[in-house]
Design a protein around this ligand. Sequence first.
Ligand SMILES: [Zn+2]
Length: 276
Amino acid sequence: MINNNRFYVPALLAVIVSACAVSPTGRRQLALVSEDSAIVASEEAYAMQIGDLRKAGKIVSESSSVARRVDAITGRLVAQAIVMRPETADWEWSIEVIEDPEMVNAWCMAGGRMAIYTGLIQKLDPTDDELAQVLAHEISHALANHTAERMSVAIATNAGVALAGVLSEDSQRAMTTAGLAAVLAIQMPNSRTAESEADEIGIELAAKAGYNPNAAISLWQKMASAAGGGPPQFLSTHPSPANRQQRLAELAPQMMAYYEQARRNPPTRSVARADN
Ligand SMILES: [Zn+2]
């Protein structure tokens, strides 16, 4: 479908609801876009973006060791995400590894569609526990409905120019306004409040999946060290709350019981690949 009015805001009113949602940590969110609308838009955005990357040969083979490692960690985290929010069992949980050695980044859209870039793995050299913290943090943004929140900001600020280089011209023309907002949402910085929420939910999710909570602290230290040659993309989309290290250090001991219990026999769930 060709949509030449993709930034024409009235066209978007169909997907806007006037609900005021409450995040899992009790914060009130102004939800211009409902979670269901965000999930539908993200499905479209994910298919286009991954499709473009696949055509360009930038999707790492699912049989590669890096993809299998990412899949195994994601599967354990998704099993716990569903325990935390049972309705997400209906989400199309999926992950792709994107070949880009310079991009230190990962994201999860509304509805559980995720990606991680090879640059994050190569430059940070994370342990499994640390990689689990990255992915758990991303999943937490989706569980806490932050994508819809950022889509609302993308629409309100009409930030269409930020799309350059992310989607092919053809894909940009073909995508609906809401789909473009979903792409923008993963490129825009989260608020520091949303970051704190994702930190809190993420460390618990990872612990319940059998990953060491202390890795949340070492991960962010590695992320800061990697900023030497210019800040990683991950830090620009995930700005640091002032007390991040301190808060994670306080939370880690509280998560140890979950970790000790889960590490013996963590449940897992298979994670899909994007259809393309
Ligand atoms: Zn974040």
